[in-house]
Write a protein that binds this ligand. Structure first.
Ligand code: PLP
Length: 393
């Protein structure tokens, strides 16, 4: 028996365990100090009322002879796909129902999609970014080229004529930087992909944080993107589904490569290896897309946005360079006084009992930067910003 040796090449991620260790040590030495965590990438607001009520009534249904459901369609129930179809139509994108695949979250699909691509492909991945892209490709031994995201390009790497690759990951609004591509920039990527016979894997997990009509919430807002892009989306940050688990992936019929339909390949992959998202969860997800559900989730998103505004104001006041915070729950700042990411982490913890995430944990180009998130409570964020304000004086 031979194991997949590629696992040996994975970088062990010590980021969150190191943070936990440092925070625990600090608490031991300073038991009376209240530590405020602005490092978490998980949501804190509870599920909205419409979702809870839909989950309850679907559970009741499942306990009756008439309402019980066993295996569902692997690609999701039509009642949910119809809602998502309508959601896209509001963004002027027409999708066929069978172009929408319901999943248990974006992370699974972002990893699983690689099943339909050859291992010989070269993959382009921005640095810094959500670590799943690098790790899933490393597991399959694909050649990875990192695209530098930095202060000079506002953490939004762009294509050029010399850039060659087969698969490119774009994440907008970005984790960890909060940077958002505008339409012209995304169009440049779509043009590049079409010219190079490449595919864009577009991660729109944070699309609901965009509230500027001119910024694209979906890559399909760009002409011809259906010919070269797959979109991944999630209800995790949109509606607090991080623990409930539901997302969706759009694979258009126009994706034809080497006479093969990627839509058909993905359907084949999913029907072979996946047995669908629970009926109860899909009913909960359906409630997110009702007018009342949309109103309720917006209240939660606005709650986080208030936090983001507070953090941004404090940084602005002290002339600290940052991206994000506007159309994103993440604020990505340049560490003051040229500190490294971990130096600033220690400084913030020791002097203000605030926990953030060192940017270097998201890639080489993240060194010297720091991620704060708006997923905490208003009270804690306010208190943390008062402390930061004092500290930076
Ligand atoms: N994509 C990005 C950029 C993320 O930051 C996350 C989660 O943090 C995900 C995808 C995963 O989302 P899900 O909870 O739907 O698996």
């Amino acid at each position: 028996m031979k194991i997949n040796e590629n696992y040996k090449k994975l970088n062990e991620s010590y980021l969150f365990s190191t943070i936990a260790k440092k925070v625990n040590e600090f608490i031991k030495l300073n038991p009376s100090k209240k530590v405020i965590r602005l490092g978490i990438g998980d949501v804190t607001r509870p599920l909205c009322k419409s979702v809870v009520s839909a989950l309850k009534s679907a559970s009741d249904e499942m306990g009756t002879m008439e309402g019980f459901r066993g295996y569902g369609p692997e690609q999701g129930y039509d009642f949910l796909k119809e809602k998502i179809q309508k959601y896209y139509l509001e963004k002027n994108t027409h999708l066929e129902l069978d172009e929408i695949f319901i999943s248990d979250g974006a992370k699974s699909d972002l990893g699983n999609i690689l099943d339909i691509f050859s291992k010989d492909n070269t993959v382009l991945i921005p640095d810094p970014v959500y670590p799943v892209y690098v790790d899933t490709n490393t597991m399959q031994d694909r050649k990875i080229i990192l695209l530098e995201a930095n202060k000079e390009n506002d953490f939004l790497p762009m294509p050029n004529d010399n850039l060659k690759g087969d698969i490119i990951y774009l994440c907008s609004p970005n984790n960890p930087t909060g940077a958002v591509y505008n339409k012209e920039q995304l169009k440049a990527w779509v043009d590049w992909a079409l010219k190079n016979n490449a595919i864009i894997l577009f991660d729109a997990a944070y699309e609901c944080f965009i509230d500027d009509e001119s910024l694209p919430r979906s890559i399909f807002e760009i002409e011809n993107a259906k010919k070269c892009a797959i979109e991944f989306c999630s209800l995790s940050k949109t509606a607090g589904f991080t623990g409930t688990r539901c997302g969706y992936t759009i694979v258009s019929h126009e994706l034809i490569f080497n006479d093969m339909s990627l839509n058909k390949m993905w359907l084949r992959r999913q029907t072979t290896k996946f047995n669908g998202v629970p009926y109860i969860i899909q009913r909960g997800a359906e409630a997110v897309f009702t007018p009342q559900g949309q109103k309720e989730i917006k209240e939660n998103i606005n709650y986080y946005k208030e936090n983001a505004k507070l953090i941004s104001q404090t940084l602005k006041k002290h002339n600290i360079w940052f991206t994000g915070g506007k159309h994103s729950p993440y604020i990505w700042l340049k560490c003051p006084n040229n500190m490294t990411s971990w130096e600033f982490f220690d400084y913030l913890l020791e002097k203000a009992a605030i926990v953030g995430t060192p940017g270097s944990g998201f890639g080489k180009c993240g060194e010297g930067f720091f991620r704060l998130t708006s997923f905490g409570t208003n009270e804690n964020t306010k208190e943390a910003m008062q402390r930061l304000d004092e500290l930076l004086k």
